[in-house]
Design a protein around this ligand. Structure first.
Ligand code: B16
Ligand code: MG
Length: 218
């Protein structure tokens, strides 16, 4: 460990708006199984692993399935999701993200990804962002999903930066909790009503001023 700094980014809803695609894919599965699934209910799925998300969706529809059926439906949802993602290009990177990462890198700040998604590398490749990360921790590497701090602690460890030197950028309440439990500073991207536990909440990276970030520098 050293005294350096790292920025750890969530993927879905922070780098790219795939959170919307996750919702549409879960809704399609729920409708197929005969019930509705609203955007409000979907909020609880953000940052949560695929199988844990399925449990929440099935509970919403009051359905009980066998382990084999669960695997089958989780895989169907993922196919719907990847179909929606397949048309993504570098133009889909959310406004201001790349500029923000480049400026941080020029200041010597390390850049990591901390995502619950098993599709993270596929998505980063399709938007040409893989090369901007010094480390990638995704759903294939972690055993415990957010709000467990594992994903961010692994990222800090990969980068050789102490947790106290890390700032996490997250769009999910579960992700903010994970980062806080890791002992890191937190920036919520989105609605302050949902992300109120974060040290700072911003609507997005476009127009973000360094003066805002000074408030949460480690
Ligand atoms: P997958 P993040 C999370 O990604 C999503 O927020 C969450 O909705 C999703 O269920 C989870 O990844 C697993 O994704 O099915 O692609 O493995 O926000 O942590 O980048
Ligand atoms: Mg997210």
């Amino acid at each position: 460990m050293n005294n350096g700094q790292a920025y750890l980014f969530d993927l879905d809803g922070v780098i790219v708006d795939t959170a919307r695609f996750h919702y549409l894919a879960w809704k399609r599965l729920a409708n197929q199984l005969g019930f509705e699934f609203t955007e409000k209910q979907n909020e609880a799925l953000k940052g949560i692993s695929r199988m844990d998300s399925l449990e929440i969706v099935l509970k919403a529809g009051q359905l009980t399935l066998s382990p084999e059926e669960k695997l089958k439906y989780a895989s169907e949802k993922n196919a719907y999701y990847l179909e929606l993602c397949s048309r993504m290009t570098p133009d889909d990177v959310l406004p201001g993200v790349l500029d923000f990462i480049n400026k941080a890198r020029n200041k010597g700040i390390k850049i990591g990804l901390g995502s619950a998604s098993k599709n993270a590398r596929t998505i980063l490749d399709s938007i040409d962002m893989t090369r901007h990360f010094d480390t990638i921790v995704d759903g294939n590497r972690v055993k415990n999903s957010k709000p467990d701090p594992e994903v961010f602690l692994l990222g800090a460890q990969d980068l050789g930066i102490a947790p106290a030197g890390c700032v996490v950028f997250e769009d999910a309440a579960a992700g903010i909790e994970a980062a806080k439990r890791a002992g890191m500073k937190t920036v919520g991207i989105g609605d302050p009503a949902i992300l109120g536990a974060a040290d700072l909440v911003i609507p997005g990276f476009a127009g973000l001023k360094s003066v805002d970030l000074i408030k949460i520098q480690p």
